[in-house]
Write a protein that binds this ligand. Structure first.
Ligand code: ADP
Length: 609
């Protein structure tokens, strides 16, 4: 029968070019990629068998057979899975659908061979075969009984040929014509080793030249003491298509309120930090060992997309479809129970393995913060997982809100925090002194997203979280150095200041905050602070101009002098008062045109000298 030639999509050609010419390491991974594709195809068939009755039989045994032929220099990998129709061949082996592919290709080009291990994670696994092959033939018959059979053939360069066949077995048979220098992959012993290394957990029998090589077992259904560390590690690599080790492994079983067998992993690396775009959900859903969905969208909350592994529940109806899964109350419940367990697990890590948790936090704190913003029901548990430095921690030691509460003075009711660009900036600012003088701790948050986090997180275990640079905080009296002006003088100064500066200041008041500074600008409770404004600006939004609440220190020499200057030289006093406001605004990070300050300073100097 005649064959039809088609060109690869441009992205595929680009990818193939990189795969063939730049990735020299780990060529052997192609076996894992193809065996895992075969396994996926069998899992899909198993599910289809439950719901469809017109399944093409062909060979019925669900298995993967590998055949080596040293003489012909070929390796053949055949499965009895769902196979492909013509459209599917074109779609699956001629284009790349994955949305992260562009970013992936760019990264691959920049990082070269280091990125080799990422191949499997981006849905481009099949093409890795062209690292070792100079031609690949795929013989396939779809599970659809009325579909014809096809042969797909390519040298991995510009395009491929598709030809209709009289007959092929159900599934896919991939014949790999090896390049001369990779003849080793036509040796049974080499393939045997690779299967042991990469494909031990495939849930279907694997045969090599007719002999069974793997035992099929669902690790997650075993009890913890029957599973070795090495097995967990191997299973993680298998199920996550990963190359690193799991950072944390959580294996648990429950029978109430739902039957659950879960084996979950936190990876070593947070891929999103390397610019690969948002991760896809990675916890597969099984019902009694039957894969329902390898990447279920609605099972775990979005912010847990970094978790890998398997959840198996015998309570799920086997024939649940992916569409109905999304809104199944049972699946929601399952997700909730597992999420709660995971949070408990992380809490335990945090208290028992401080260093390991810290390393995790460094890479993955983003997800915790995302969870706080988006998952109301888990907010308190997630907030308990936050870590920070504070005015009472030394060096880079980390604290939690629980630590903070344990250190709190008995009369303290609220938790104070500051959000800024760095510890140094916050410590040199004017806000801390009032809290320090009273022995009150202030937690420091330094990530850009923190502002958003505290928009959602307003309390922790019933205690209000209060920004230390905010107006309206009630602080206890404290013994302060220096004598204050008389009350009458203070109130006269205050109203003069207020009146002459009503355009730029919301309110002038004396307060208990200041120890060593003359004035401080406080952000009104309802206004966005500096960090938030910077963010609005970055997003191209106009942020409203801020009129601060100005707190003055009636014990400070400068303030006292200003009070008398107001009578002797109102003009200069007015300039000085404005200058103090602007300096306070500058310290608060709220000044947009600092050059005005210099101009006015010159004016004052000119008048005084
Ligand atoms: P991924 O498996 O990550 O999606 P691949 O490039 O390895 O990416 O495969 C692309 C697609 O080709 C698969 O998603 C699948 O639909 C199809 N495919 C690959 N191998 C087989 C196979 N043995 N049987 C049926 N379909 C397959």
């Amino acid at each position: 029968m005649s064959s039809e030639h088609q060109s690869f999509q441009a992205e595929v050609r680009q990818l193939l070019d990189i795969v063939i010419h730049s990735l020299y390491t780990d060529r052997e991974i192609f076996t894992r990629e193809l065996v895992s594709n075969a396994s996926d195809a069998l899992e899909k068939l198993k599910l289809i068998q439950l719901t469809e009755n017109n399944v093409y039989q062909g060979e019925t045994e669900l298995q993967i057979s590998l055949t080596t032929d040293e003489e012909a220099r070929t390796l053949t990998i055949a499965d009895t899975g769902i196979g492909m129709t013509r459209e599917e061949l074109v779609q699956n082996l001629g284009t790349i659908a994955h949305s992260g592919t562009k970013a992936f290709l760019q990264n691959l080009q920049e990082k070269g061979s280091q990125a080799g291990g990422m191949i499997g994670q981006f849905g481009v696994g099949f093409y890795s075969v062209f690292m070792v092959a100079d031609r690949v033939d795929v013989y396939t018959h779809s599970w659809r009984a009325d579909a014809p059979s096809f042969k797909w053939s390519s040298d991995g360069c510009e395009g491929y040929d598709i030809e209709e066949l009289d007959q092929a077995d159900r599934g896919a048979k991939i014949v790999i014509h090896l390049k001369e220098e990779f003849a080793e992959y036509a040796k049974a012993s080499r393939i045997q080793d690779l299967l042991t290394k990469y494909s031990n957990f495939v849930a279907f029998p694997i045969l090599l030249n007719g002999e069974r090589v793997n035992k099929v077992e669902a690790l997650w259904l075993k009890s913890k003491n029957e599973v070795s560390e090495q097995e967990y590690e191997d299973f993680y690599r298998f199920t996550a298509k990963a190359w690193d080790k799991p950072r944390f492994t959580m294996h648990f079983t429950a029978d109430a309120p739902l039957d659950i067998h879960a084996l979950l992993f936190v990876p070593e690396e947070n891929q999103e930090r390397f610019g690969f775009g948002a991760m896809q959900p990675g916890v597969a859903l099984y019902c009694k060992r039957v894969l329902i969905d390898a990447q279920p969208e609605g099972l775990l909350p979005e912010w847990l997309r970094f978790v890998r592994g398997v959840i198996d529940s015998a309570d799920l109806p086997l024939n649940i479809s992916r569409e109905s899964m999304q809104d199944s109350a049972l699946v929601k419940k399952l997700g909730q129970v597992v999420t709660r367990r995971l949070l408990k697990f992380l809490e335990k890590k945090a208290s028992e393995e401080v260093e390991a948790y810290r390393a995790f936090y460094q890479g993955f704190s983003r997800f915790i913060k995302e969870g706080i913003v988006s998952s109301h029901e888990h907010r308190d548990a997630l907030a308990g997982l936050l870590r920070f430095e504070s005015s009472m921690t030394e060096g880079d030691a980390h604290s939690s809100f629980d630590d903070y509460i344990a250190r709190m003075k008995s009369e303290q009711k609220e938790i104070y925090y500051l959000a800024g660009t760095s510890r140094e900036v916050m410590e040199s600012g004017p806000y801390l002194e009032a809290f320090k003088a009273r022995g009150l701790e202030v937690a420091y948050f330094t990530e850009g997203v923190d502002e958003f986090v505290f928009e959602s997180l307003t309390e922790f275990q019933g205690r209000k979280l209060v920004r230390a640079d905010q107006a309206g905080i009630e602080l206890e009296d404290t013994a302060m150095d220096g004598e204050s002006m008389s009350e009458a003088d203070v109130s006269a100064l205050q109203s003069w200041w207020q009146d002459s500066m009503s355009a730029s200041v919301k309110e002038v008041k004396t307060g208990k905050r200041l120890v060593g500074s003359p004035v401080v600008a406080l952000v009104p409770e309802d206004a966005p602070n500096a960090q938030m404004r910077a963010m609005m600006k970055a997003m191209g939004q106009e942020s409203p101009e801020i009129k601060p609440v100005l707190e003055i220190n009636p014990r400070h020499a400068l303030v006292k002098k200003l009070a008398s200057l107001r009578e002797s030289n109102p003009e200069v006093a007015g300039l000085v008062a404005q200058q103090l406001v602007d300096q306070a605004m500058l310290a608060a990070g709220l000044v947009e045109h600092p050059q005005q300050l210099a101009t006015r300073m010159n004016e004052i100097l000119e008048k005084v000298l």
